[in-house]
Design a protein around this ligand. Structure first.
Ligand SMILES: Cc1cc2nc3c(=O)[nH]c(=O)nc-3n(C[C@H](O)[C@H](O)[C@H](O)COP(=O)(O)OP(=O)(O)OC[C@H]3O[C@@H](n4cnc5c(N)ncnc54)[C@H](O)[C@@H]3O)c2cc1C
Length: 381
């Protein structure tokens, strides 16, 4: 649906679908209830290479294209958006390295994700307690000492923090230069002074790990600086432009699942002598849900069409895909609950979880208010 994929691309998507249904679906409800991570499924997912399908072949990865990755992430999120988030977050951390790293850094970082050096999990550390939407307001600082950088600060809400064997950390290297004084660093988990703080007890996507990262006099060698000094904020924004359509794909996965659950229910639930799908109010609601989901998918496809066309600025299209898909994901999940009536409100049925999972799609990787600022900014220019 949505993407026109060839046989080879479909093979990967079908593998992901089968994997999610066999390895994640049976444990998803229990893990969600107990806030437990599906470690066995994660381990198997990493073994197959689902954790960073975009690692180029030259660095030991599958080098998958983004249409395929979008369809894979949709399949994962259809089964569980927390699992999709956890397995996808290493890819988020990889992006600034692919954008700005030297070939040696790319190989080094990719080795942690493919499992040659690390455990397959990487994390992207931008957000801080006082710096979320206003990402440039961070206080984490890196000071040069001889041929090392010494990093101090605290990151929060970091996906996979508790699992990651490697991080990308954004820190101030020159307080006087605003966003031009922020740099990006590769930091391994086992560096002395790096510890993991409080783990979030979340409303949804409970199969993913979200925690604080504390950096106390963490020393990294000079060659762990990513790209140019003072360009970290640019790399972070470029990363988010590329990553937001992946959030959109997960949002579409949640919406698609809500649509399928609601349609199946509406076909078998009888009121006033006929299945509720035959009541036009319900049929039209389902039609709207389908329409929104398909259009959100098209916005993702549009983003990748533009990306592959070679155009360099696609912030607007990334924001449109993420914002629209995030919003409709919540709307469609809410509609699914309504269609299931009282059963929709019960934890025995899967749709209340879909609403809890959908809500994060309007918050992380830039809230939907921030996406509207990006879109509005483009209009103003
Ligand atoms: C589960 C989860 C996983 C996450 N994973 C990561 C991760 O891996 N790495 C990472 O770095 N971060 C991560 N984050 C952080 C996430 O990106 C931030 O939470 C998000 O960007 C919002 O920042 P904030 O929470 O500080 O909210 P704030 O910035 O404090 O915003 C609060 C509210 O005010 C609104 N607002 C703020 N400024 C404006 C404005 N100018 N105009 C209009 N409205 C405004 C916001 O939209 C929001 O509604 C994660 C968060 C969660 C919850």
């Amino acid at each position: 649906m949505g993407y026109i994929l060839n046989e080879e691309q479909m093979e990967l998507v079908n593998l992901a679908k089968k994997f999610a249904e066999q390895e994640v679906k049976p444990i998803a409800a229990e893990c969600d209830r107990e806030g437990k991570l599906p470690m066995e499924a994660y381990r198997k997912g990493v073994e197959i290479g689902f954790n960073a399908l975009e690692i180029p072949e030259e660095y030991g990865g599958a080098g998958a294209d983004y249409y395929t990755i979008a369809a894979v992430m949709e399949e994962f999120a259809k089964v569980d958006a927390g699992f999709a988030t956890g397995i996808g977050a290493s890819s988020l951390a990889l992006k600034p390295v692919l954008i700005a790293g030297t070939p040696e850094q790319k190989k080094y970082f990719a080795d942690f994700i493919t499992g040659d050096k690390g455990n397959g999990f990487a994390a992207f550390g931008l957000t801080e307690p006082d710096a979320g939407s206003d990402a440039a307001a961070g206080k984490t600082i890196a000071v040069k000492d001889g041929d090392e950088w010494v990093i101090n600060g605290r990151k929060c809400f970091i996906t996979n923090a508790g699992l990651a064997s490697i991080f990308v950390i954004f820190a101030i290297t020159d307080k006087t230069r605003g966003t031009r004084g922020i740099s990006a660093f590769i930091v391994e988990r086992d560096r002395p002074g790096l510890s993991i703080g409080k783990e979030e007890d979340k409303m949804g996507i409970r199969l993913s790990n979200t925690a604080d990262v504390i950096l106390e006099d963490v020393r990294v060698p000079e060659d762990h600086l990513l790209g140019e000094l003072g360009k970290g904020f640019v790399y972070a924004m470029q990363t988010l432009d590329l990553a937001r359509p992946t959030v959109a794909s997960m949002a579409v996965g949640v919406a698609q699942r809500a649509l399928e659950e609601a349609t199946a229910y509406a076909k078998q639930r009888v009121t006033f002598g006929k299945p509720i799908i035959n009541h036009q109010a319900i049929m039209f609601k389902l039609a709207d849900m389908d329409m929104k989901t398909e259009v959100a998918r098209s916005a993702i496809k549009n983003f990748y069409d533009i990306y592959y066309s070679g155009r360099k600025n696609f912030s607007r299209e990334a924001a449109i895909a993420k914002c629209f898909a995030g919003d409709i994901s919540v709307e469609v999940a809410l509609d699914a609950i309504q269609i299931l009536g009282g059963y929709g409100y019960s934890r025995e049925y899967p749709v209340e979880k879909l609403l809890r999972d959908a809500k994060i799609m309007q918050i992380y990787e830039g809230t939907n208010e921030v996406q509207r600022m990006v879109i509005g900014g483009a209009l103003m220019r």
